[in-house]
Design a binder for this molecule. Structure first.
Ligand SMILES: [Zn+2]
Length: 276
């Protein structure tokens, strides 16, 4: 009897915070390095403005009830307390938990893709600058959907955050999610947005950036063909391009990055495929 009562109380206590959270929070709140923190905001009539590390963050009203901030956490963040700054000068703390990422060892025959020739470095830097500028965009539009559609069918091949060693030398961790798909497979917009950058880059090959609104930005890489132009408005499910193996790729696949408030985060979170 007492045991049942204890169990019942425990169940009630455990279910309370969950009841206060909506679907978006339950889906997206994975506060780890390279993850997403959903932070409840004080009640107010107008959309609150909040920032993290000096950059504006995405805010929405969840289920027409409470305001929440959806915050991207950089992969290099150490576990512990972080602060979200409110426009009125207040702060709200949130906890970043730890997560261990796997290692991957890749052998590239083309050594210039491991250690690019000095002549390539200026090009690589120029391309990096353009891409960082695109990630820094913050347009006021609301994302059409936060539970994103998969841009291509097909198995997930390489996870976000993999620590990568090219010919034994550690390089940047994997900043996106890879889908195994054949050359020519159509790539569809996971949410509506505006094309803010396209290019043919040394590492990423044919690439498209789509601004979904409020700092939520997608990048699609290694395309065999780009079907959109700079400034185009793309509907949810609209054709962006086709899968390929351009740039530094060992075979045809789609590499998809998601950026939130300027930080690359795990796209698996947004398609309900996150593995803690
Ligand atoms: Zn990739």
């Amino acid at each position: 009897m007492l045991r049942n009562l204890t169990l019942t109380l425990l169940l009630i206590l455990c279910s309370l915070p969950v009841q206060a959270e909506g679907f978006i929070t339950r889906l997206l709140n994975h506060p780890v390095p390279g993850g997403v923190a959903v932070v409840g905001l004080p009640e107010q009539s107008e959309a609150p403005r909040a920032s993290y590390q000096g950059k504006p963050v995405l805010t929405i009203r969840e289920d027409g009830e409470r305001w929440i901030a959806i915050v991207g956490i950089d992969l290099k963040t150490k576990p512990g307390q972080q602060q979200l700054a409110l426009a009125n000068g207040g702060q709200i703390g949130f906890e970043v938990r730890s997560k261990r990422y796997e290692e991957q060892h890749i052998t590239l025959r083309n050594k210039s893709q491991v250690n690019p020739a000095p002549a390539q470095l200026a090009r690589i830097q120029r391309e990096l600058d353009a891409q960082l500028a695109a990630y820094a965009e913050f347009s006021p539009r609301q994302p059409s959907n936060l539970l994103l559609d998969r841009p291509v069918p097909g198995a997930l091949s390489s996870a976000f955050g993999l620590r990568r060693f090219f010919n034994g030398e550690e390089r940047n961790p994997h900043s996106g999610l890879d889908f195994a798909a054949a050359t020519g497979t159509p790539i569809k917009a996971p949410a509506a947005g505006k094309v803010i950058l396209t290019g043919d880059y040394f590492f990423n090959g044919n690439t498209v950036f789509i601004d979904h609104g409020q700092g939520l930005i997608s990048m699609f890489c290694h395309l065999s063909h780009i079907d959109v132009s700079l400034g185009d408005e793309v509907e949810r499910g609209g054709l962006i391009g086709k899968v390929g193996a351009t740039g530094r790729a060992t075979g045809p696949h789609l590499h998809w990055n998601i950026s939130l408030n300027g930080n690359r985060v795990d796209p698996a979170i947004f398609i309900g495929a996150f593995k803690p």
